[in-house]
Design a protein around this ligand. Structure first.
Ligand code: HGY
Ligand code: MN
Ligand code: MN
Length: 401
């Protein structure tokens, strides 16, 4: 098949206009925002122009369907609250270009998926988790974002677009191209990462409550200060987790709500996100035990009440060996010596889709390893190389089947 790099890059730049942040090439396009919905409606038209049947499901996952059985490719077009122009978007636009080029070449049939809320405004890779049966819709509908908006309310903004469910049985497999979002390919001057496995994740919210009081008249030794409790928890957690993790293990407190948040008030309550990731299920559990035990001890020592929210999570998953081999062979043919096998420390829709069908992923470099930030970027030459390697892999797969 003959992919068209110019057409591909133009679609990528056109897509980044939806929710353009005005800072670099950054975007603000959270799930169900006006920019997200407009981008999805634009993509539906691009799918139609490519000879695909655009279909939305009940939660805003958008599919561009080829007739009959087809290989599914894609990713997500929603962004983090401050996102880059390529996170997710690259995989959707590359899938669209491959689908066009494949049609122009007479096959194989390729369909396109643009999953909703991969960035987890509400859950964790929410849209593909629902589509793949990992997350029941009635449970998803009760999830809220950090402002308290429910998933049910948010997705109602797309109700007019919702169609019948898309049957996963019509697809033979799933391949997703994504930016690495880490530093390794760019630092090594390599062009392609063939993903071996995707780490697992656990995500919950922890609340500690002490006593709100006057910042001037309350002696330090008599305070039940929520910020001090969080600070003590974080210090103790770092000391303890170091004993059970590997260099690939990560844990993050990314969102903190300190109540009431005033200069002259000792904060009485803190609610914070607690997220951790690892490639090993057993280590994820051990990390969870340390997190719960440390929070319980710190709260008891400081006279704080403690509560844990429900926990969301995805298990570590290995990529399909056959699809991986096609990606590796194409990389070896087109960029010999400039590719590697690698684990994904970022979560992706491929984790959920892998529960339904063979799934594989391929990375292109991220400049400086920056992502989930307006500064996220990739050299356009590397983007086109990724497209060409993907096109070669699909052609080889077509010949092999
Ligand atoms: O957080 C992640 O790994 C993904 O980019 N949402
Ligand atoms: Mn992503
Ligand atoms: Mn992301």
């Amino acid at each position: 098949m003959q992919v068209n790099g110019e057409r591909f890059l133009k679609d990528l730049h056109d897509l980044r206009q939806f929710g353009a942040s005005g800072v670099g090439k950054g975007v603000v396009r959270p799930a169900y925002s006006a920019a997200d919905i407009a981008a999805r409606e634009w993509l539906a038209e691009r799918m139609r122009d490519a000879g695909l049947e655009p279909r939305f499901d009940a939660v805003g996952n958008l599919f561009g369907l080829a007739p009959g059985r087809s290989l599914l490719m894609g990713s997500h077009s929603d962004s983090q609250p401050e996102g880059g122009w390529l996170d997710g978007a690259l995989g959707v636009i590359m899938a669209l270009e491959i689908a066009r080029a494949s049609q122009e070449a007479g096959g194989p049939a390729v369909s396109v998926a643009n999953f909703q809320d991969e960035e987890g405004r509400f859950g964790v890779t929410t849209g593909s988790a629902i589509w793949s049966g990992q997350l029941p819709l009635d449970r998803a509908d009760t999830l809220t974002d950090s402002a308290g908006v429910t998933f049910a309310d948010a997705r109602s903004a797309m109700a007019h677009l919702a169609g019948e469910p898309i049957d996963p049985a019509r697809f033979t497999g799933f391949v997703e191209c994504h930016i690495e979002q880490g530093p390794w390919l760019h630092e090594a001057g390599q062009a392609i990462g063939v993903v071996t496995d995707i780490v697992g994740i656990r995500d919950m919210t922890i609340t500690m409550e002490g006593e709100q009081n006057h910042a001037g008249t309350t002696p330090m030794h008599r305070r039940r200060d929520a910020f001090q409790a969080l600070s003590a928890f974080n210090t103790a957690l770092n000391d303890r987790l170091r004993n059970i993790v590997t260099p690939q293990s990560v844990w993050t407190i990314g969102h903190v709500d300190l109540h009431p948040g005033a200069h002259s008030i000792v904060p009485g309550r803190v609610t914070f996100s607690m997220q951790w990731r690892d490639g090993d299920v057993g280590r994820l559990k051990r990390m969870e035990d340390v997190i719960r035990q440390t929070a319980t001890e710190v709260a008891a020592e400081r006279g704080m009440s403690l509560s844990f929210s429900g926990m969301l999570g995805l298990e570590p998953v290995a990529m399909d060996p056959g699809l991986r081999a096609a990606l590796a062979a194409a990389a070896q043919a087109l960029v010999p010596g400039r590719w590697r096998d690698m684990q994904s420390g970022a979560l992706h829709d491929a984790t959920n889709v892998a529960a339904l069908m063979p799934a594989a992923m391929m990375f292109v470099p991220s400049i400086g390893g920056i992502s989930h930030a307006f500064a996220e970027d990739t050299d356009e030459g590397d983007l086109v190389t990724g497209l060409e390697v993907m096109g070669r892999a699909l052609s080889d797969l077509c010949k092999a089947h």
